[in-house]
Design a protein around this ligand. Structure first.
Ligand SMILES: C[S@@+](CC[C@H](N)C(=O)[O-])C[C@H]1O[C@@H](n2cnc3c(N)ncnc32)[C@H](O)[C@@H]1O
Length: 258
């Protein structure tokens, strides 16, 4: 199989190019059936879930026995995908809530949507998790400043805060790319409809892979997963069906190399 390559193929044709049990980490952001574009539109919920379960089956075959899988979707769709992954014997790790800092719509008869779900499953309990590489700043700065100097007595031992910050939780606050790229509060038309923020993908790749590991994304879009994997000295492989988005991903990767 060819690594450091994005294939301009449908996901099911792409899988024919990937060896079974060869991938360390899958990070993927598939269609959500929100009908925002042709590629995101399915005839019915049933056809959407049947298609989703079919690609998930193939993706699981590609993961190494100690591999990890992260799938983005809406909370509603994720509740079905969650059950499906359990039925396939995958090991549940986290239901990550991504607070996008950017509403999806002004709902007047319910609370406005502002989150997406990232399901984190592994193939076994023997997975990579680099918790020290993804620590986040402590919240209570006065207490932490005091503890940094004198320590806090806990169960007879002095506890000092970790210089790299606290362990990372499962509610993540990352501004959406759409929100980050607003100009004077105005949403700009981006070259891809739904790019994921690099800092969020970076957290996933740092946590669940090591240098030279193979990271796969079977819905590359503008190539975010490949770009971040490359920056972090991982190897990438993936596909994107739409030719315009495929070319965009190559262009963004070339800019990175240059
Ligand atoms: C949610 S977007 C991914 C965006 C990406 N995370 C980024 O940061 O740019 C999903 C992508 O899947 C692609 N796609 C949809 N159906 C596909 C299929 N059957 N095979 C391969 N790619 C497909 C779409 O063209 C779209 O670019």
């Amino acid at each position: 199989m060819n690594i450091n390559k994005i294939y301009n193929l449908d996901v099911f044709d792409f899988f024919d190019n990937v060896d079974n049990a060869s991938i360390d980490l899958i990070v993927t952001d598939p269609p959500y059936n929100l009908k925002k574009a042709k590629w995101d539109t399915f005839k019915s919920n049933e056809s959407f879930f049947n298609w989703t379960y079919d690609w998930i089956d193939k993706a699981i075959d590609k993961l190494k026995p100690n591999g990890s899988l992260y799938i983005f979707n809406t909370p509603f769709n994720s509740s079905f995908i969650f059950q499906y992954l359990l039925s396939r014997g995958m090991v549940f790790q986290n239901w990550i809530t991504w607070d996008k800092r950017d509403g999806m719509g002004a709902a007047k008869r319910k609370f406005s949507n502002g989150q997406e779900t990232i399901l984190f499953f592994t193939k076994s309990k023997n997975h990579t998790f680099n918790f020290d590489d993804i620590r986040v700043p402590y919240d209570s700065t006065n207490r932490i400043a005091h503890a940094a100097q004198k320590g806090i007595l806990k169960n007879g031992k002095r506890w000092y805060p970790n210089e790299k910050g606290k362990l990372c939780g499962e509610v993540w606050h990352f501004s959406s790319q759409r929100h980050k790229e607003k100009i004077n509060g105005k949403t700009m038309k981006l070259p891809h409809l739904t790019p994921k923020p690099h800092d969020m993908i970076e957290r996933i790749i740092k946590a669940s892979s090591n240098k030279n590991d193979i990271v796969m994304d079977c819905f590359m879009g503008s190539g975010t997963t490949a770009i971040v994997a490359k920056k972090l000295d991982r190897v990438y492989i993936g596909c994107e069906k739409d030719e315009t988005y495929y070319n965009l991903s190559l262009e963004r990767l070339t800019n990175l190399y240059e």
